[in-house]
Design a binder for this molecule. Structure first.
Ligand SMILES: *Cc1c(COP(=O)(O)O)cnc(C)c1O
Length: 381
């Protein structure tokens, strides 16, 4: 039988054919190789700059002599600790290899080819990627002053909508939604539409926000809205990005559906143990938040001194407008050993996203940025 087979690309499912992979921040090791640099400051992936606490290092070390065994597929101890922390039943929790896996599970449970998934312009890149991967139709709603426009998102919901993704706060803009607005929105969404509120930066946001209509903890609405899924992660304020662990809280029905397709050992033993240890280490969390508060002030003051506009953020990163030459600025910073994140792929070609580092890292970045910008001005003369 003669075959018309040409390439595997041509027989991949159509959503996957058109995808470009998620672009992570440039790894330090790559930059070292490329430019032969010694000192690198990586402010590109919103990681915790503090390093891990002795408690976590010790707990993880102790697991390394028993990795012949599969992890606990049910994640019982970690889920029990989380259940206590959130005051919820254990059967409302779904663990993931990072919260991005949880986001993927929700999409795979509810989105069939042709179904619609609604999210904002400039929203976290995993939403369009996973939507397309499962054959869903992405409905991107124009942002309002860089933030989510809840009225427009509401209006974009149709009979075909299965999921609405809300990042609160959003990455890479750092923008956020207040309690009243978000609650009103949830009340408007049809009951069969799943709303995922992605709270990857919850700890930072709760620390930074003030005012009457403050930053809300969406888990308070889980009982009122059975269509709500709230995701959290250990990758940011808890400092465990390298171990990959996150989770969602939802109604038990949705958790059960996700559990049916969850890879059975998706969260490995060191990750489970580290997550437990870091939950038990409030000093580390507070120190992380304090460093972040100081670093955000340092960076935003630096931007003001340079006359640069930035998008106010309550996270551990800030997007700064460097102008038409953002890509040139990014490349020039690399040559000075500083990795930040270009965000043109988020529809923000004039911005760079900078993660908050330690005082010293922030200084390295600001010094490099000052030098790069003054060179640019000179060469444009
Ligand atoms: C970082 C981030 C995540 C979480 O990533 P994981 O490491 O997979 O937990 C989720 N959502 C947003 C908006 C993020 O910025």
């Amino acid at each position: 039988m003669s075959s018309r087979f040409q390439s595997f690309d041509s027989i991949a499912v159509s959503g996957v054919q058109g995808l470009s992979p998620y672009q992570p921040g440039k790894p330090e090791s790559e930059l070292k190789r490329e430019f032969g640099l010694e000192k690198i400051t990586k402010l590109a992936s919103n990681e915790n700059p503090l390093g891990n606490s002795a408690k976590v290092v010790q707990a993880v070390s102790q697991t390394l002599s028993r990795v012949t065994r599969y992890p606990d597929g049910a994640g019982f101890e970690l889920k029990s600790s989380l259940a206590k922390r959130h005051g919820v039943d254990i059967n409302t929790i779904t663990l993931g290899s990072g919260s991005s896996e949880v986001i993927e599970l929700v999409a795979r449970v509810f989105v069939a080819p042709g179904d619609e998934v609604v999210f904002s312009q400039h929203a976290f890149a995993m939403y369009p990627i996973i939507t397309q991967a499962v054959g869903g139709q992405a409905v991107e709603v124009p942002a309002c002053e860089w933030g989510h426009d809840l009225k427009a998102i509401s209006a974009a919901i149709t009979e075909k909508t299965r999921i609405v993704f809300i990042a609160n706060p959003n990455n890479p803009t750092g923008t956020w939604l207040g309690r009243d607005a978000l609650q009103r929105f949830l009340a408007e969404v049809p009951e069969q539409v799943v709303v995922v509120i992605d709270e990857a930066y919850f700890e930072y946001a709760a620390e930074a926000s003030t005012g009457a209509d403050g930053y809300p903890d969406a888990t308070q609405w889980l009982e009122a809205f059975p269509n709500l899924v709230v995701t959290r992660t250990f990758s940011k304020a808890f400092g465990l990005a390298g171990l990959r662990v996150g989770y969602s809280l939802s109604s038990p029905v949705i958790a059960d559906l996700m559990n049916r397709i969850r890879p059975p050992f998706n969260v490995n033993t060191p990750a489970q143990v580290a997550a437990l240890a870091t939950l038990d280490d409030p000093d580390y969390l507070q120190q992380s938040l304090d460093i972040n508060t100081a670093g955000m002030l340092q960076l935003t003051q630096g931007f003001k001194d340079l006359g640069l506009k930035y998008i106010p953020s309550i996270t551990n990163f800030v997007s700064v407008e460097v102008g038409d030459n953002a890509r040139v600025v990014y490349d020039a910073l690399l040559r000075r050993g500083v990795i930040v994140r270009p965000v043109a792929n988020y529809g923000m070609p004039r911005h760079l996203r900078v993660s908050i580092g330690t005082e010293q890292e922030n200084r390295h970045f600001l010094t490099a940025l000052t030098a790069v910008l003054s060179h640019l001005i000179e060469s444009n003369r």
